[in-house]
Design a protein around this ligand. Structure first.
Ligand SMILES: [Zn+2]
Length: 438
């Protein structure tokens, strides 16, 4: 209707004028320490200059140009905005496979936007969506309204759905055969259906393909120790995605599934709970990224918060120690490890996502390398390291500040006091400012 269209255009114009007017300023951010995402130590007496959405320079405090607006963040450490390489923003209940059946795509889009804004306030400026519980493509729509400056939110990339076999981790396996429910995942069997599923994902805006190579922990009626897709299906998936220049993320727990996915050419292995020595060698040889998503298991173990929780507890607690040792081995062998939380949907407070850093340190990463796993290595995984992931001249100004020294206390990453995305201040708790909840 013309009247509605006119009103809508006016509203969008007002929002755009408001957003752009806040972006025009030039800033110098001054904190006690700077972790730039590249150096192995934090740097002192540095200021980060911001102009036109970008970092224009990193200078000594004495060299800050006179006329520039100074933002004093004394008592804090500046670092790159955090990158979460594994998230499902639309999940709004712990019981995600039932919740999926009870809400429209529109409802999930609104819930997902709220979730993502919470994550942005918690310092996650970039998020890779690893498929989600929605029949349509709500995350791709959320991405559009963020990219077009209609709403604030993190940078998004990722897959609309997880592609699963019939009866696999992305299927609904607890209904009677008479109930024709649409699964949370995209179900595809055989190379032809997989190719079609991938083409559909790309058509509607996915810039990653997510495949459920093995069963999952948190779905009902499948087994994470089983390999779901055959080698033919797996190579068809990667060959199809590669022809469109789209990377594949492989959800894989079972050893054989991990190894087959690496050999087939997946860009990242998600979880990898039963990886072995060969998996580590293969990841090094193929340059595969590894996103272990450890803390989600700790969060749910014995909590009784999840429908399929008893399955998760039995498996998870039996292998956690061995798994962390293998993650440490993978790290020392040179595997590129990235941070993914796999946890922070609407039902979970956003700050807990950053507990993944502590589990990586427990597995053997140094605090600085854990921070790099959630910044520059995540950016390399996304092939966005030319624009985000470090504090360097020319990069987009995605920057956070945390109180004190996160290298001494990694839990500081849970509650940043300052968040900037694309040169725009999202929150500044030292100044009681929030662009999201004014
Ligand atoms: Zn996941």
């Amino acid at each position: 209707m013309p009247i509605f269209d006119t009103l809508r255009s006016m509203m969008i114009a007002v929002v755009l004028i408001f957003v752009s007017s806040l972006d025009a300023a030039e800033y110098a951010l001054i904190a006690d320490n700077l972790i730039d995402g590249r150096s192995n130590q934090s740097l002192k007496n540095k200021a980060v200059l911001i102009k036109d959405h970008k970092i224009s320079a990193v200078v000594n405090v004495n060299d800050i140009p006179k006329k520039i607006t100074k933002i004093n963040l004394a008592g804090t450490t500046l670092m790159p905005g955090m990158i979460n390489a594994h998230e499902h923003p639309l999940l709004y209940k712990n019981d995600y496979q039932n919740g999926h059946l009870q809400a429209s795509s529109a409802y999930k889009a609104l819930i997902g936007l709220s979730t993502l804004q919470g994550l942005l306030e918690a310092g996650w400026t970039t998020i890779r969506v690893m498929g989600d519980g929605d029949v349509y493509y709500a995350n791709q729509d959320i991405r559009k309204v963020i990219d077009n400056d209609i709403f604030l939110g993190p940078r998004l990339t990722g897959a609309g759905h997880y592609i699963s076999i019939t009866g696999g981790g992305g299927d609904i396996n607890f209904m009677s055969p008479e109930q024709p429910v649409i699964a949370d995942g995209l179900i595809a069997d055989g190379p032809d259906e997989i190719r079609k599923a991938i083409r559909q994902e790309i058509k509607y805006g996915s810039d990653w393909i997510k495949i459920m190579v093995t069963g999952a922990f948190m779905s009902v009626g499948d087994n994470p120790k089983n390999v779901a897709f055959s080698p033919e299906e797996l190579s068809a998936a990667i060959e199809e995605a590669s022809r469109h220049n789209i990377p594949v993320a492989a959800h894989a727990h079972a050893t054989e599934g991990v190894n087959q996915a690496i050999i087939a050419g997946a860009r990242s292995i998600e979880h990898g709970s039963y990886l072995d020595e060969r998996s580590i060698d293969l990841m090094v040889d193929h340059g595969t990224f590894y996103v272990p998503t450890i803390y989600v298991g700790d969060y749910y173990a014995n909590s009784g918060k999840l429908l399929a929780q008893s399955k998760n507890d039995d498996f998870y607690l039996s292998f956690r120690d061995d798994w962390l040792k293998m993650i440490g081995k993978a790290y020392r062998a040179g595997v590129k490890i990235a941070v993914g939380s796999d946890l922070c949907g609407y039902a979970v407070e956003p700050h807990v996502c950053a507990r993944e850093f502590a589990t990586l340190i427990e597995a053997g990463l140094t605090p600085m390398d854990a921070i790099k796993a959630g910044t520059i290595v995540g950016a390399e995984l996304l092939q966005w390291d030319d624009k985000v992931g470090s504090i360097e001249a020319g990069k987009l100004a995605d920057i956070i500040a945390v109180k004190g020294d996160p290298l001494a206390d990694i839990s500081k990453l849970e509650r940043p006091v300052f968040v900037m995305k694309n040169g725009k201040i999202i929150i500044n708790k030292l100044d009681n400012y929030s662009a999201l909840t004014p």
